[in-house]
Design a protein around this ligand. Structure first.
Ligand code: CO
Length: 211
């Protein structure tokens, strides 16, 4: 691949195909965005939020990083969440992991990946917290799949810990924070049923007094 021609041609075809169905689509979208969802997913090229949910531009506000880690000292992630919650007023936050996640597999191994080790330590800590449960599983593949799920659940829990999220919950029932896992094998999303939407969803030690 010597240049970007493939991408630019693809873009032209895509824009034309949308304009054919809805000539006003881009004009309307240029004026404002009103997404209902914030997506926190893995950077993996096989898990693009819009495509796998069959949605168009404008539907999902997106943040992606290696292995969809929610880390509360990450100002990039926190700024995205703050803007989505306070300004866009999204009703749903989705933490989406995926089976076969290279970041999770790397975190499970004892191999050093240099600079990325610090980032992967977040997942290593999830592993440490649930070591017993993971050790009880028979195969490495099962342990990897479970760690993908646990990492998502930990992400939902960490988001629930944010004071400005708890502030929103005091006002109403949004945002709801969901944990999903995507399967590369069949393209399907699975709901882990760990939705958090109230201060009571959070351990007492992590609740803020917000009056
Ligand atoms: Co991944």
């Amino acid at each position: 691949m010597e240049n970007l021609n493939e991408l630019l041609e693809g873009n032209e075809n895509w824009a034309n195909s949308i304009k054919k169905i809805n000539p006003e689509f881009f004009k309307k979208l240029a004026l404002q965005q009103t997404p209902q969802y914030l997506w926190i997913g893995c950077s993996d090229s096989r898990v693009p939020a819009n495509e796998i949910t069959g949605t168009l531009p404008g539907a999902i506000f997106v943040h992606r990083n290696i292995a969809n880690v929610v880390q509360l000292t990450d100002y990039n992630m926190l700024s995205v969440v703050y803007y989505a919650v306070k300004y866009l007023e999204v009703q749903h936050i989705i933490v989406c992991g995926h089976y076969g996640c290279g970041g999770v597999q790397a975190a499970m191994s004892s191999k050093s990946y240099g600079f990325i080790d610090g980032w992967l330590s977040n997942i290593k800590n999830v592993q440490r917290l649930h070591q017993e449960q993971l050790d009880a599983l028979e195969t490495e593949a099962q342990r990897a799949d479970r760690l993908v799920e646990l990492n998502v659940m930990e992400g939902v829990r960490s988001l629930s810990e944010i004071s400005f999220i708890q502030e929103e919950w005091k006002k109403g029932k949004f945002p709801k924070i969901h944990g999903l896992v995507y399967s590369l094998k069949d393209g399907m999303l699975k709901d882990l049923d760990v939705t958090a939407d109230c201060p009571e969803c959070v351990a007492p030690a992590l609740r803020y007094q917000l009056d």
